[in-house]
Design a binder for this molecule. Structure first.
Ligand SMILES: [Zn+2]
Ligand SMILES: [Zn+2]
Length: 339
C-alpha cells in the first residue's frame, strides 16, 4: 500500500494505493522480512497529511511491523531464515555521532523513521538493517505484538525520562491508549508509587480507577499531595500549565506528544513564574525511541503481561483502517494482517 504524495483524508478517502512492486533486495547489513502484521498508528495520518512528511515519495508507511526473516545480507550473522522479528519507529541512525555513541540514537541528526524515511510494513515484504530488529516474546501472537512496538515503547521511554523512584507520586495527564500502557508500566516497575490520573472524560477517569490509579480528577484539578513527576500525553497547552502547579520543587513534567496544537496556546499566558516554574521545576519532551526502549518494553510487556486488544484488517483495507482512526473509531489497536 503506497502513499504517492501528501494528501488530506477529508477530501481523499483512498490516500494509499495498492500497487505491485518488485520484492526489495536486502543490502549486506540488511534482512528481507516477510511481513505478517503491521500496526496502524496515528502517525500515519500525520505522514499522509504532511504534519510529519515523508522524506521521499512514493513511500510505504507502517512502523509496527512483525514478520519472519526471508533472507539476510552477508554481514548479518545473528538472524536466519524463519526467525520472527519486529521493526519499530527507529529504522536506523548513523552510529557515529555524539548522540548515537552516548545512547541517544533517537536524537541522531540522521535518524530515519520506518515508513516515513524508508519503506515500512504496509507491504508483503520490507528490508531493514538487521541490527534494528527485535526478537518478539513467544507469549504474543503476531497481531498482538505489532501495537506494542510504538505507543508502548514510547510510553516506556517517557516513564524512564520522568526519573521515577519507587514510592514517588506520579501523575498522568490524558488517559488514552498511551496513558493506560504507561500506568501499567509504572505499577509494575514502581509498585509502591501512587498514580494520579487527570482526564477530561468521566469514562476515562472510571477506567483509570479500574486500572489501579490512586486518584483521578479533571485536568484543572489540584491534587491532595504534590507529585514528583507528571507525564502528559495530550496535544493541548492547558494541561502543561495545570500540571506544573501540581509538581513538587525539583519535579519534572514530561511531555509525551509528537506535537502540541495551537488552538489553546493562549493558555500559556497564565503561567505564573513563582507558582508554576520556580523551585527548579523541569519540562522535558520525548522524541522517538531507541532500540533499548523497544527491547526493554517488549520484555516488560511479556512479564506483566500486557496483551493488546486488536482489530484486524487485510492489507488492502488499510485505507478503511486509517479513515476509522481519523474519525476516532477505536476499538482496540488496528492491525493489518498480511497472509
Ligand atoms: Zn506509531
Ligand atoms: Zn547518529
Amino acid at each position: 500500500m503506497i502513499l504517492p504524495s501528501l494528501t488530506d483524508l477529508e477530501h481523499n478517502s483512498e490516500p494509499l494505493v495498492l500497487t505491485n512492486i518488485a520484492d526489495p533486495i536486502p543490502l549486506d547489513h540488511e534482512i528481507l522480512i516477510k511481513v505478517s502484521a503491521c500496526g496502524v498508528c496515528h502517525t500515519e495520518l500525520d505522514e499522509i497529511e504532511g504534519r510529519t512528511p515523508p522524506s521521499h515519495f512514493p513511500v510505504i508507511p507502517g512502523h509496527q511491523v512483525i514478520g519472519s526473516v526471508e533472507a539476510a545480507g552477508k554481514n548479518v550473522k545473528d538472524l536466519k531464515k524463519g526467525d520472527r522479528v519486529g521493526v519499530a519507529w527507529i529504522f536506523s541512525s548513523c552510529g557515529r555521532c555524539k548522540y548515537c555513541l552516548e545512547g541517544y540514537e533517537n536524537l541522531c541528526p540522521e535518524f530515519k523513521a520506518t515508513g516515513r524515511d524508508a519503506n515500512g510494513g504496509y507491504a508483503e515484504y520490507m528490508t531493514v538493517p538487521g541490527s534494528f530488529t527485535y526478537k518478539i516474546p513467544e507469549i504474543f501472537k503476531d497481531s498482538q505484538a505489532a501495537p506494542l512496538l510504538c505507543a508502548g515503547a514510547v510510553g516506556y521511554r517517557s516513564v524512564n525520562l520522568a526519573g521515577i523512584r519507587n514510592g514517588h507520586n506520579i501523575g498522568l495527564t490524558g488517559f488514552g491508549a498511551s496513558g493506560h500502557l504507561v500506568l501499567q508500566i509504572i505499577k509494575y516497575k514502581y509498585p509502591d508509587s501512587k498514580i494520579f490520573v487527570f482526564a477530561r472524560s468521566e469514562s476515562e477517569r472510571a477506567f483509570a480507577l479500574e486500572m489501579g490509579a490512586s486518584w483521578v480528577g479533571d485536568t484543572t484539578d489540584t491534587v491532595p499531595e504534590l507529585l514528583d513527576s507528571i507525564i502528559d500525553t495530550t496535544p493541548v497547552w492547558k494541561t502543561v500549565v495545570e500540571a506544573l502547579k501540581n509538581i513538587k520543587p525539583g519535579g519534572r513534567l514530561v511531555i509525551n506528544a509528537i506535537r502540541k496544537e495551537d488552538a489553546d496556546k493562549d493558555y500559556l499566558l497564565q503561567i505564573d513564574y513563582s507558582r508554576h516554574l520556580w523551585m527548579e521545576k523541569e519540562i522535558k519532551s520525548v522524541a522517538n525511541v531507541t532500540r533499548w526502549d523497544v527491547k526493554e518494553f517488549l520484555d516488560i510487556a511479556s512479564e506483566i503481561p500486557i496483551i493488546p486488544e486488536v482489530q484486524e484488517y487485510k492489507l488492502e483495507e488499510a485505507n478503511i483502517a486509517l479513515r476509522e482512526l481519523k474519525k476516532g473509531k477505536i476499538r482496540g489497536a488496528k492491525v493489518l494482517v498480511i497472509r
